[in-house]
Design a protein around this ligand. Structure first.
Ligand SMILES: [Zn+2]
Length: 468
C-alpha cells in the first residue's frame, strides 16, 4: 500500500511540471498520481469547494502554455477552472468537461481514508476515483500531452473543471448564462458511458453516451379531514399516501427504447453469452410474452432496469405534526427519470389513473428542463472516440448509450452542441457499483489506457490535418 505522502506529491508535481523532458514512461502513469492528488483535495458537495482543484491544475497547465482562466462564483471557494490550448483557429474548439465536485462519504464504511489519495493493489482509491476526478485526471493529462508533444492544432482544446455538478446551483447552466464565450465549442466530451471489463480483465463493451434521461419531480398531495386522533375518519391523508405508495410498489412502467438505447441493448446481446444473450435478444425482438419474461429477469440489474423505461422512485414522505392530531394533508415526492421523447404529462395521467383516489392530487413540481436533443453518433468526435476505443480495446464492441442519470451536458446540448459522455477507464461492474458508494476505486492500468485513448482521440479531432 502506497500512500501519497507530502514528499511524494512534491515528486508528482515535479514530474508533472517537467514537461516534454520527463515524458515517455511517466506520460500516462502520472494520470494515477494526479488523480491521487486531486482526491486529497476534498471537494464534497455540499459545500463543493473546487478552488483547491484549480490550485493543483493551474501550475500544470500554465507550465505547458495553456491559457488558464478561473471563473469565480458568488461562493468564493467555488470556482470553474478553464485551461485553453490555442490552435490555429481554422476550426471551432473541442471542449473537455469534467466536474470537480464529488458527493460526500459514509466514512466509517470505507477501508481506506476516502480523501487520502491511497494507491494500493494497483488501484487509486478515494471519493471521485470514478466520478469524476478520474475523468479530470485523464482529460487533463491527455490535453497536456498535446502540448508536451507539440501537436499542431486546427482548433483550440479547452479543458474545463466544473463546480456544482452534484445537484447544486452554480453549475454549467449558471456558467453558460455568465460566460458562454469561454465554453462555446463545436463539440464536447463529458462523463457518461462505460468501458466495462469482464472478469478476465478484457473489455466487453465501450458505451458512449449521446443523451441523458430527463429528471422530473412529482408531488402527490393527499387531503383529508384534520381532526382529533381519538376519533379516526376514513379520509385519513396519511392512509391515502400509504395506498399510493403500495400501488407504486406494485407498478412497473412499460418498456421504452430510443434508437441509441436499442443499439446499446443490441451490443449487450452480441457481447453476452448463453442465457443472458438469449434474454437480450428476446427483450428487443421477442413476442410480448418473451419480452415480459426477459424484462423481469434482466431487470434484476438496476442499471439495465433503468435504461429501458421511465423510472419512478418515491423519495420523500411528509405529513403529521403531533401525536394526537390526524393531519389534514400529507405529501409524497417522487423522483421520475424520463426516457428522452417520453411525454411527462402522459406519465402524470398514468399516475392519476393508477391511484384513482379522490383524496389525491398529482402534480409536476418545479420547472421541467427542456428536452435535450440526442447528440448524433455521426459526429466527428463520436467517430474518433469510437475508432480510438476500438484501437485501444480491439476485443470490445462500441455503442452509443442513453445515460441513466443526468449530467451537466444540457448547457451545451440545449444549444445544439453535441456532447459525448464516457468514464474514460475500463471498470468492472463491481467497481461501477462503488461509484457514489464505498471504497470507490479505479485501476492504475485503466487510467493509463484511458489516457492513451483520449489523447489519440484529441489528436485525431483537433490535430492539424497536415500532422494526422
Ligand atoms: Zn459525475
Amino acid at each position: 500500500m502506497l500512500r501519497v505522502t507530502r514528499r511524494l506529491s512534491r515528486l508528482v508535481a515535479a514530474v508533472l511540471l517537467a514537461g516534454p523532458a520527463a515524458l515517455a514512461a511517466q506520460d500516462t502513469d502520472s494520470t494515477a498520481l494526479l488523480l491521487a492528488q486531486l482526491i486529497r483535495a476534498n471537494s464534497s458537495n455540499p459545500p463543493g469547494h473546487t478552488q483547491q482543484i484549480a490550485d493543483i491544475l493551474g501550475p500544470l497547465f500554465r507550465a505547458r502554455g495553456f491559457q488558464v482562466d478561473i471563473v469565480p462564483t458568488p461562493d468564493s471557494a467555488k470556482v470553474h477552472f478553464f485551461a485553453r490550448l490555442k490552435g490555429n483557429g481554422s476550426k471551432k474548439p473541442l471542449l473537455l468537461a469534467a466536474h470537480a465536485d464529488v458527493v460526500g462519504v459514509e466514512r466509517e464504511k470505507w477501508t481506506v481514508d476516502p480523501f487520502g489519495g491511497v494507491i494500493k493493489d494497483g488501484a487509486v482509491y478515494g471519493r471521485g476515483a470514478i466520478d469524476f476526478k478520474g475523468g479530470i485526471a485523464v482529460f487533463a493529462r491527455a490535453a497536456m500531452l498535446l502540448a508536451d508533444r507539440k501537436v499542431p492544432l486546427d482548433r483550440d482544446v479547452i479543458f474545463l473543471a466544473e463546480a456544482d455538478e452534484e445537484g447544486a446551483p452554480m453549475n454549467t447552466t449558471w456558467l453558460s448564462r455568465q460566460h458562454w464565450d469561454k465554453m462555446d465549442a463545436e463539440f464536447a466530451l463529458n462523463e457518461g458511458g462505460w468501458i466495462i471489463k469482464r472478469d478476465d480483465g478484457r473489455v466487453q463493451y465501450v458505451s458512449i453516451s449521446t443523451s441523458d434521461k430527463r429528471v422530473m419531480s412529482v408531488t402527490i398531495t393527499a387531503k383529508g379531514t384534520s381532526t382529533h386522533a381519538s376519533m379516526p375518519l376514513p379520509d385519513n391523508a396519511l392512509v391515502a399516501i400509504g395506498r399510493a405508495l403500495a400501488k407504486l410498489g406494485a407498478y412497473e412502467t412499460p418498456l421504452e427504447f430510443t434508437p441509441d438505447s436499442r443499439k446499446y441493448f443490441t451490443t449487450l446481446a452480441k457481447t453476452s453469452t448463453g442465457e443472458t444473450a438469449r434474454l437480450y435478444t428476446q427483450l428487443l425482438n421477442g413476442t410480448p410474452e418473451q419480452r415480459r419474461t426477459a424484462d423481469a429477469s434482466l431487470s434484476r440489474d438496476p442499471l439495465i432496469h433503468s435504461l429501458m423505461r421511465n423510472t419512478i422512485a418515491p423519495v420523500i414522505v411528509a405529513g403529521g405534526f403531533r401525536s394526537n392530531v390526524i393531519p389534514g394533508s400529507a405529501e409524497l415526492t417522487l423522483n421520475v427519470r424520463l426516457i428522452p421523447g417520453s411525454d411527462p404529462a402522459a406519465l402524470i395521467r398514468t399516475l392519476e389513473t393508477l391511484f384513482n383516489d379522490p383524496l389525491l392530487t398529482v402534480k409536476m413540481a418545479g420547472a421541467l428542463a427542456a428536452p435535450s436533443p440526442a447528440s448524433p453518433d455521426t459526429s466527428l468526435l463520436y467517430r474518433a472516440l469510437a475508432a480510438e476505443s476500438k484501437a485501444q480495446w480491439p476485443e470490445a464492441e462500441v455503442t452509443p448509450y442513453l445515460f441513466q442519470a443526468g449530467t451537466d451536458a444540457a448547457a451545451w446540448r440545449n444549444r445544439g452542441i453535441p456532447v459525448f459522455g464516457i468514464y474514460p477507464y475500463p471498470i468492472s461492474t463491481d467497481e461501477l457499483r462503488r461509484m457514489h458508494g464505498n471504497d470507490e476505486r479505479v485501476s492504475v492500468e485503466s487510467l493509463r489506457q484511458g489516457t492513451e485513448m483520449v489523447f489519440r482521440t484529441l489528436k485525431r479531432v483537433a490535430g492539424a490535418s497536415s500532422s494526422r
